[in-house]
Design a protein around this ligand. Structure first.
Ligand code: ZN
Length: 116
């Protein structure tokens, strides 16, 4: 009786290992741990922009809502306003910028949200 149980238990794992040569998550090249991974020295995934306010440097005080090409630089593909921490725009100009973007949206110069 006891002998029967041990044989079935021993046969089961060997059968399983032969069934699948590699799991669903096999070793893939270029996985985590490569150069430029998260936490690496200076290896940041996102493109780092100049952390200087573009409007302050160019001395632009009023941001025109008609300047779509300028505004589009601060709007993501999906139509979202890019956060200040990514663009480096100062608080004053970000507020003017978002107001201009919203005005531009209202007259259909910019999308509210991109379509899927
Ligand atoms: Zn500024």
């Amino acid at each position: 009786m006891a002998d029967e149980i041990t044989t079935t238990a021993a046969a089961a794992p060997s059968e399983r290992s032969s069934e699948r040569p590699s799991g669903p998550r096999g070793p893939r090249p270029g996985g985590p741990g490569g150069p430029g991974g998260p936490g690496g020295p200076g290896g940041r995934k996102f493109f780092r922009r100049k952390k200087v306010c573009k409007f302050c440097t160019e001395k632009i005080d009023a941001i025109s809502y008609r300047d779509v090409r300028l505004l589009q630089g601060f709007v993501a593909e999906r139509g979202k306003i890019v956060p200040r921490r990514l663009t480096g725009v100062c608080t004053t100009h970000q507020r003017k910028l978002s107001a201009a973007i919203k005005q531009a949206r209202n007259i259909a110069l910019l999308p509210f949200a991109a379509r899927y």
